[in-house]
Ligand binder design. Structure first.
Ligand SMILES: Cc1ncc(COP(=O)(O)O)c(C=O)c1O
Length: 372
């Protein structure tokens, strides 16, 4: 039986579309009220003092690296198994992205591996909470404080991820979130940066808008501002902010459903020998539900046959990417866990609209694929 199950379905409702249309008709498309509403709601949700909306998570990571003063001659440690944006953000500044192998069990960077990579030039670390599973961040934070290393968090997968009841993104200097279409909430493209440091926040605000020193509402006459830095245009539009704001208001419901789905996957799949998966964690945001198998190709073949959507995060780890491999002459033997992770993981559908019978269908066919 062929059954179409999408990998990802966004949580955008008809009312949200009506609101976007109202904003489009209003003519006030940027710098509007929904941008500040979204930022306020985001800082409330994450418990951070400040939140800045951005055009993407990548732009947030880029600005975080700039505001942390990373520059040529500096080294910043990032996981080898992540989206290329994490490492690119470092490279944009002229600093070197130092790739470190991950822990295979969690997909995250661990302190032991970080210690192996630290040199006199290390100025920063960017952690990724892979698939929404929190890193051992308290330990890493303490280490960074003793070494005077700036800690940044790539929270692209981690809206709704907690560690010791604190939302991630609050442990380092900044945390950056993504609203790309497959993410827990989406604005098409978009991102948010959180920080608890007022000076850092002010710098990010300027850097995101050309280096201009005054918000539009604070200008006495249009265009009357000074430019203090070589900034960028990394703004989010007001209609995107409205979409994000509305989804965030309902996000706790979305998150609860993700946890229910994860529990059902775990219950269904734990009997299958050829699969590994993370244990359930109440702290995880379940951006996706990942399973690991040496027989992944069999599962993929079955999914394609049945039209079941899936993704892989990520098939090619960064040391395999030409840009990094060539630039730093990397030896793949030093990244065994990242490479295995890339070879074995498969991300299953995960979204509130996913039905129980669809989860059961997916699981049943994973079992079938592995038995063939
Ligand atoms: C871990 C990670 N970091 C950064 C990004 C970049 O996010 P964006 O597309 O919002 O720039 C992604 C994108 O999916 C990601 O998965």
């Amino acid at each position: 039986m062929k059954k179409k199950i999408k990998f990802s379905i966004s949580n955008i409702e008809n009312q949200d579309i009506k609101l976007v249309s109202k904003i489009l008709k209003s003519g006030w498309l940027t710098h509007g009220k929904y941008t500040s509403l979204f930022e306020k709601e985001f800082s409330k949700f994450t418990g951070a003092n400040y939140a800045v909306s951005l055009s993407s998570c990548t732009s947030g990571l880029h600005l975080s690296c700039l505001a942390s003063d990373f520059k040529k001659g500096d080294e910043v440690i990032v996981p080898a198994q992540t989206h290329t944006a994490t490492a690119h953000a470092v490279e944009y500044t002229g600093a070197k992205a130092i790739l470190a192998d991950i822990d295979f069990e969690t997909g995250n960077l661990k302190l032991d591996e970080i210690k192996k990579k630290v040199t006199k030039k290390t100025r920063g670390i960017i952690l990724v909470h892979m698939a929404g599973y929190p890193c051992e961040i308290q330990k890493i934070k303490k280490f960074c404080a003793t070494k005077k290393i700036t800690l940044l968090e790539d929270c692209a997968h981690a809206l709704g991820t907690y560690k010791d009841k604190i939302h991630v993104g609050n442990f380092g200097k900044a945390g950056c979130f993504s609203f790309y279409p497959t993410k827990q909430i989406t604005t098409g493209e978009g991102g948010m940066l959180i920080t608890n440091d007022l000076r850092f926040y002010k710098k990010i605000k300027m850097l995101k808008a050309f280096g201009i020193d005054k918000d539009i509402k604070d200008r006495k006459i249009p265009g009357d501002y000074d430019v203090k830095f070589l900034g960028f245009n990394y703004r989010m539009t007001d209609f995107q902010s409205a979409l994000g704001y509305r989804q965030l208001l309902n996000y706790n419901r979305n998150l609860k459903k993700r946890h229910q789905i994860a529990k059902r996957y775990i219950k269904n799949l734990s009997k299958i020998n050829d699969i590994k998966m993370m244990p359930y964690s109440k702290d995880c945001s379940f951006f996706v539900f990942q399973i690991f198998s040496e027989k992944r190709n069999k599962i993929i073949k079955e999914f394609k046959k049945l039209d079941i959507g899936f993704s892989i995060h990520y098939p090619n780890s960064l040391p395999k990417m030409s840009y990094y491999k060539k630039k730093y002459n990397l030896n793949l033997a030093n990244f065994k866990n990242a490479i295995n992770y890339g070879n074995m993981n498969i991300s299953l559908p995960m979204y509130p609209k996913l039905k129980n019978n669809e989860i059961d269908f997916i699981c049943k066919n994973i079992l079938k694929a592995l038995e063939i």
